[in-house]
Design a protein around this ligand. Sequence first.
Ligand SMILES: [Zn+2]
Length: 115
Amino acid sequence: MEILLISIVIGIIPALIAHSKGRSFFAWWIYGALLFIIAFVHSLVIRKDVKAEEKDMIAFDGMKKCPFCAEMIKSEAIKCKHCGSDLTGNNPNLDLKKSDEEYLKEARRKAGINE
Ligand SMILES: [Zn+2]
């Protein structure tokens, strides 16, 4: 009976470690209670869940995900350090098209051609 209690209590250790890496607390608690040494070592060597890591970065580090390459970048960034994309919301190609049209409009106006 005591062994069962002890294993339940020490099972919390790998559960806490795994939970901090974005894994299920209860699944790791059971795992840790049944196979403490293995679960403990396992919880130390597993890598952090990528999605949990990204969530942490967004919540605590002021990061955001680049909409072009999906890498994590600073939320203040106006240019992605991974793919070099412009993140100001102005697509340079769209800007170019618009200014072309404006240029044409202005040229027509200057030439006295009315549409
Ligand atoms: Zn990017």
